[in-house]
Design a protein around this ligand. Structure first.
Ligand SMILES: [Zn+2]
Length: 142
């Protein structure tokens, strides 16, 4: 069998090297990188994630997992050796493939945007409060 001894997505796609997975960083506020199957027409698409945090402008790794359907499938195909093989791929993604510099820059950029939005909301609230307390517009107190 051609694919024997290789990690495989339940959709049928073999994944020999960790580089083959697609890693996308959309969930910026959740600090989560999605792991997608290399097969574009995969019915699972998202097969795992890498979670991290950013502290003092540096990335701090939290966890990397494959989701249960992917894990269960490989355990049933490969038996005991599935776990260390999957773990090795996850480790490679985290230590060699993910561009942490870029990811961290993206997070910090997002944080700046969040701070700017919060500041705009604060200014708007202050303006509205000032308006409401202007004489003549406020409720009659005298
Ligand atoms: Zn797949």
């Amino acid at each position: 069998m051609a694919g024997e001894g290789k990690i495989q997505c339940p959709c049928g796609r073999f994944v020999e090297r960790a580089e083959e997975y697609k890693l996308i960083f959309l969930k910026k506020e959740m600090r989560e990188i999605d792991i997608l199957c290399p097969n574009d027409s995969c019915y699972l698409r998202e097969i795992g994630y890498v979670k991290f945090d950013v502290k003092d402008n540096k990335p701090v790794f939290k966890e990397a997992i494959f989701y249960p359907p992917f894990v269960t499938w490989n355990m049933s195909q490969l038996g005991e050796k599935a776990s260390p093989m999957m773990k090795r791929q996850l480790t490679e993604m985290v230590t060699k493939i993910i561009d942490w510099k870029k990811i961290t820059a993206d997070v910090l950029k997002g944080q700046e945007a969040e701070a700017a939005r919060a500041e705009a909301a604060r200014v708007e609230a202050a303006r509205a409060a000032a308006e409401a307390s202007r004489p003549g517009q406020a409720a009659k107190t005298a």
